[in-house]
Design a protein around this ligand. Structure first.
Ligand code: PLP
Length: 428
């Protein structure tokens, strides 16, 4: 029995499902989740000492690689001063200044402890600011697990929202309208009918929770337009894309400016951090300036702030994202070429330091319906073949992959060669 198997058996006694977040349980791919002991640069090491090239990066934060010395040293230095005060610290202001500099649509920012908190608070703020209850989201987009956002629509755009988890009150879910990602006409007709009741649109500007789907030309622009016309707040959930698809996030890459932005992952460098911010007129609605309540015992925690700032400084260096993007497209084009050569139906996509790999006959996958048609059985096999090869991919066919500065060209060549060997087995 491997140490991971042993630890998993032990974990299941007192932790539901043996994990503290469901996708870690390997339900999407089968088998036993790996327990990790150490991360260094592009690699993670499991409890049996096996090394893997890591394309999960703690689900996004590790954009400079694991245990980067700048991050570790910043944390070590802060430890001598204390862990938390529940009072303002200078580093919070430095962090706010840095975030607002990198994401110019943000005049003000409030730190929180997770992406879920960021999106939940941005929704409350939008509702408080507009005095409206309805919100619009898109099927296949994930914005954390707060009640209003754990909802999918029934068939048809304007049917009332139905919760997709027990425990979410139907009374609340009915205020969430779920539309199809990349369906411009559906957005327009929804706003033509209900625009004056809608508080906000929340969207992943690149959808990274149904694999990796790019916005079609005109989609984000349409969201901006209907929000301008109706007075709804446009929220870009950049928890995943922020600082990753470009230094200024997806809004910089696709040149569409939201009213509010939510951040997480990279901003905390692996510490529990999220943030939301945007236009001053909206942000001034939050307590203590305004009537919309929002708070947190550990928000802006100094250890987390110094870690996050170290990463934001690192990624601000000239050429960081150019190099990250080069490596990501090297990876993706190599995998695509290997699949094509062996006649395995695969579609790939990459943007900045984020990529998608679909077992699909379609060359371009752009909707949730397209994603659902992908061959998840092929993905499961591929995942385990790659794991044997020492490559750690997200244990689900519906997650984006992440690269880091620490991934060398040799790591990428190794990964492509491993994928080729896996495709040979799949082609049989
Ligand atoms: N928003 C997006 C786009 C995400 O990808 C996630 C998490 O994966 C969240 C929000 C929730 O963030 P957290 O898991 O930190 O609560």
């Amino acid at each position: 029995m491997s140490r991971s198997e042993d630890l998993y058996t032990r974990a299941q006694k007192h932790i539901p499902g043996g994990v503290n977040s469901p996708v870690r349980a390997f339900n999407g791919v089968g088998g036993t989740p790996l327990f990790f002991q150490k991360g260094e640069g592009a690699y993670v090491y499991d409890e049996d000492g096996k090394r893997y090239i890591d394309y999960v990066g703690s689900w996004g934060p590790m954009i400079v690689g694991h245990s980067h010395p700048d991050v570790i040293n910043a944390v070590r230095k802060q430890l001598d001063f204390g862990l938390s005060f529940g009072a303002p610290t200078e580093v919070e202001t430095t962090m706010a200044e840095k975030v607002c500099e990198l994401v110019p649509s943000m005049d003000m920012v409030r730190m929180v402890n997770s992406g879920t908190e960021a999106t939940m608070s941005a929704i409350r703020l939008s509702r408080g600011y507009t005095g409206r209850d309805k919100i619009v989201k898109f099927e296949g987009c994930y914005h954390g697990h707060s009640d209003s956002l754990l909802v999918k629509a029934g068939s048809g755009a304007l049917t009332l929202g139905v919760p997709n988890s027990p425990g979410v009150p139907a009374d609340l879910a009915q205020h969430t309208i779920t539309l199809q990602y990349n369906d411009i006409e559906e957005v327009k007709s929804c706003f033509a009918e209900l625009g004056d009741q809608i508080a906000c649109i929340i969207v992943e500007p690149v959808a990274g929770n149904m694999n990796c789907i790019l916005p079609v030309p005109g989609f984000l622009e349409t969201l901006r337009q209907v929000c301008d016309e109706s007075g709804a707040v446009l929220i870009f959930d950049e928890v995943m894309t922020g600082f990753r698809v470009a230094l200024g996030g997806a809004q910089e890459k696709f040149k569409v400016t939201p009213d509010l932005t939510t951040l997480g992952k990279v901003i905390g460098a692996g510490m529990p951090v999220g943030a939301f911010g945007g236009k001053k007129a909206i942000m001034e609605y939050i307590s203590p300036l305004g009537p919309v309540y929002q708070a947190g015992t550990l928000s802006g925690n100094p250890v987390a702030m110094v870690a996050g700032l170290a990463v934001l400084n690192k990624i601000s260096e000239e050429g960081f994202h150019r190099e990250l993007e080069r490596k990501t497209s090297l990876l993706v084009s190599g995998i695509q070429a290997a699949a094509d050569e062996l006649g395995v139906s695969v579609a790939t996509v990459s943007v900045g330091g984020m990529f998608g790999l679909f077992f699909s006959n379609q060359k371009q996958v752009s909707t949730f319906a397209d994603v659902q048609k992908c061959d998840t059985e092929m993905f499961k096999l591929f995942f385990h073949y790659m794991l044997e090869e020492g490559v750690y991919l997200a244990p689900s066919a519906f997650e984006a992959g992440f690269t880091s500065q620490a991934h060398s060209d040799e790591d990428i060549e190794f990964t492509i060669a491993a994928a080729k060997r896996a495709f040979v087995k799949l082609a049989k």
